[in-house]
Design a binder for this molecule. Structure first.
Ligand code: TYM
Length: 338
């Protein structure tokens, strides 16, 4: 079993990232047995696909490393690094470029959403981004990739690329790449914005009120939960009653995920209650969950050298794992390397 996943180091780590992905990373790390391995990385190479400020990216990379450690990623057990220190990611991306098809990339919903009507004006990197993402996991022969729902399509593409490459360039009994399986959590696959139940909670939402950042203090968390968009109806006693009430469903889902329960169980306890009662309880639960994480985050940020050292060590471990697969890929393609 080899677990691999990444996060872009732009903006703050938010509750959607935490419940949709990072909490699962930590659980998978903690459940690892002998010979199994987890690799987690900051997708800084992905971050340059959109307009960005270099100073912010540098700062964001260290902050995201601190945030992951604060959430429970243990760099002595998991390999934690940033892509830019492992050139094999970009190298493999190019090698996979001969296999990935334009039509496959054109169908990516993230490309369509981010490019909107202005496709011609987008960077080439935004279009080829999913090929880099495929390289990220195929490079390490990942078997499991814990992600939120929105990344599932990119993982399916990674499987398609691996399959086609194996078919075209390897024999059946000696495939070059392992087909990775996405692991999506049942309760928190898609946490929505606190201001709009139809949009996912996201770093790029201009309204900070739309998301809970892991660095928010108790007052901010409480304020955001209390101001979260809802409707005037009390909570129903059954899940069916949340159809067409996306904002209410989102808050109940967050509560369920935080307590490792399910929506039905939460409604059993809170059915018939109004949001005036539910929101403060949810806010308190969030504050208690985030308190130790933000305390550790602030502490870790003070020692920049320690963070640099964590990333340097992780990158050297990652390079070592990456080299054999990259060599096999060159070889399979008939590229002569002396
Ligand atoms: P990113 O940085 O947008 O998000 C990191 C992880 O958080 C999950 N996530 C969510 N889950 C539930 N609800 C939400 N509102 C929510 N928002 C974000 C994402 O699904 C993701 O798992 N392209 C990726 C980074 C990446 C990657 C990879 C992931 C690069 N290479 C290889 C896995 C494997 C991204 O932009 O995630």
């Amino acid at each position: 079993m080899r677990v691999v996943s990444g996060i872009q180091p732009t903006g703050n780590l938010h509750l959607g990232n935490y419940l949709g992905a990072i909490r699962n990373w930590v659980r998978m790390q903690d459940g690892m047995g002998d010979g199994e391995q987890c690799l987690f990385f900051l997708a800084d190479l992905h971050a340059i696909s959109m307009p960005h400020d270099p100073a912010e990216l540098k700062k964001g990379t260290l902050e995201m490393a601190a945030a992951l450690v604060a959430c429970g990623i243990d760099p002595s057990r998991s390999v934690l690094f940033n892509q830019a220190q492992v050139p094999q990611h970009a190298e493999l991306q190019w090698l996979l470029g001969g296999t990935a098809r334009m039509g496959w990339l054109n169908r990516m919903t993230q490309w369509k959403d981010k490019a909107g009507k202005n496709r011609e004006g987008q960077s080439v990197a935004l279009f080829t981004y999913p090929v880099l993402q495929a390289a990220d996991v195929l490079l390490y022969q990942a078997t499991h990739v814990p992600v939120g729902e929105d990344q599932k399509q990119h993982l399916e593409l990674a499987r398609d690329i691996a399959q086609k490459f194996n078919n075209d360039f390897a024999s059946e009994d000696a495939p070059v790449f392992t087909l990775p399986d996405p692991i999506v959590p049942p309760q928190a696959a898609r946490i929505m914005s606190l201001r709009n139940g139809a949009a996912k909670m996201s770093k790029s939402d201009p309204s900070d009120m739309s998301r809970i950042n892991l660095s928010d203090d108790a007052d901010e968390v409480m304020k955001k939960v209390k101001k979260a968009k809802t409707d005037p109806e009390p909570l129903p006693s059954e899940e069916k009653g949340l159809e067409d009430r996306p904002e209410a469903l989102n808050l109940v889902t967050i509560y369920a995920a935080l307590t490792d329960g399910n929506v039905e169980g939460v409604l059993k306890d809170f059915g018939g209650e109004g949001f005036g009662k539910f929101k403060p309880v949810l806010g308190e639960l969030l504050v208690e969950t985030l308190r130790p994480i933000s305390a550790r985050f602030i502490e870790l940020l003070e020692d920049r050298e320690a963070l640099d050292a964590i990333l340097a060590r992780g990158a050297s471990q990652a390079r070592e794992i990456a080299v054999p697969t990259l060599a096999k890929t060159y070889e399979a393609l008939g590229l002569v390397r002396g």
